[in-house]
Ligand binder design. Sequence first.
Ligand code: ADP
Ligand code: MG
Length: 563
Amino acid sequence: MELHVLPPDVASRIAAGAVVERPASVVKELVENSLDARASKIDIECRRGGIDLICVADNGSGIPASQVELAFQRYATSKIGSIDDLVNVQSLGFRGEALPSIAAVADVEVSTRTAGEELGSYVYLHGGTVAQSEGRPRASGTTIAVRRLFRHFPARLKFLRSEGTENSHSALVVSQYALAFPLVSFSLLLEGRLALRSPGSGEARDVVAQLYGSELARAMVPLELSADSLVITGLVAPASLSRAGRGHQSTFVNHRWVHSPLLQRAIDEAYRGLLPEGRHAIAVLDIQLPADRVDVNVHPSKAQVKFADEQSMFRYVRAAVSAALGKTRIASEAQHLAAPGAAVGQTAWSVSEPEPLLSPFGTPSLAPTTGSASLPPLRILGQVLTTYIVAEGPDGMYVIDQHAAHERVVYERLLEQRGAHSPEVQGLLEPLTIELSPTEDAVLSGLADALATLGFALEPFGERTLLLRSIPASLADSDAAATLRGILQDLSQGVQGDTFERLAVSVACHAAVRGGQQLTPEEMRQLVRQLEECAQPRTCPHGRPTIVHFSVGQLEKLFGRRA
Ligand code: ADP
Ligand code: MG
């Protein structure tokens, strides 16, 4: 093809792709605009995962009638005027790209009125151009309705996940902005159901209560540090209330929701030694600093920022979180003192990295890759590093990863449940009440059937609250609520392929014994026997090996007995 400049409609659709990746990106851009317009109330609605409708209504400043159509032109913004303004930008938006990008991939309706105008205006855009424009009454503020998103973009539509998953992404966006702007009252309707309402009380703790439940909200400790024209505020949970993923860590810079590995590391450092391996802190942090000390223009959806002085940022955040955690330790000790009989203080965990077991031996084989998958008979010798089972077989030595092996065993049992009439369950003596975040709730709604097939008996119990009456038998000894949350976290990115299988992988992972857990000789024997009975005993459901084999020949070579 000869070199040519793309026609404007093609170019604008390509540019739109960078801004509007999925329904949640539209929600994010519209909510940011409402916040920039200083709204104190923002109501969001999504239908069919946002494909049929995304509607954001605010009571902000409104757009003057003369400028509504202009707002849909590329690089039209009221927020900056020159490149110098960019250094000082206070608003969430500044590129003037969102509205034209959204209009390039969907039909858009705007109704808006500023406080100074008598009559509001209504504009309908179809295929990126204005199809209707007229005066219409409206209370001051702006409503933008986005319909038929990606209708003419089959490639984009194909990449979207289930409606439940798309909704969970939108719920996450709204949850985060609700946390960052506690003075603003947000509501979110998903498929006609109220998924979230924040009170706009100004207290982040009230928003946390809505998102994660009142119990967690009460347990969180405030944090505040100001130094060097930097103000860090937020809430952190005591280490005893950790989560399996980072889903409950929210970081904001000048109220902008950002993904920052630097801030994550600073939080991790403050919790170092307090959390078991694989667990993450629950934290909400807002960092306020002069706009010229952070570059917000380094990422297409502005989800990342660059700090002018990363090292001191890291140190301040770590110090702020550590100081708050110091308080939680004192608080929890005080609680123990107050409760007679509860003498156990908070135990600090020390997490030591296991030494790499295999490196000194060269490369052992991951057990024969050809031939039958079944295992040879094994004689168990013991456990090393409380993680691996060492055994002798007909051709040398075998090392089994206890977690991976158990995962395989549980996974295959769960798959058998699928054909069974009634799953093997463990009833709970007292049903557990579980409060879900809007994100978790949206993920759960897509998994309800598969969860039931596996043996989770869940009943609705008020808004975003569930009663858990039974769990799969293989989970019997676990903390059921934590496990269910962990599973929702694992599946929060949507499911590719078979939902039931993917869920079974996640359940197996949570049910399986962990590395670091001491096993009795009998437990080891049982585990190895169960592994021998598996159809695919050599890999865990994630595809990692369960067993590593050092043949007689390899051992002889390693010790120089044989060339
Ligand atoms: P940006 O936010 O980067 O300026 P957008 O394309 O998102 O670009 O919006 C373009 C302009 O439309 C904004 O600068 C603002 O003037 C106006 N606008 C958009 N949404 C709203 C709203 N909800 N309330 C008031 N003004 C709005
Ligand atoms: Mg914007």
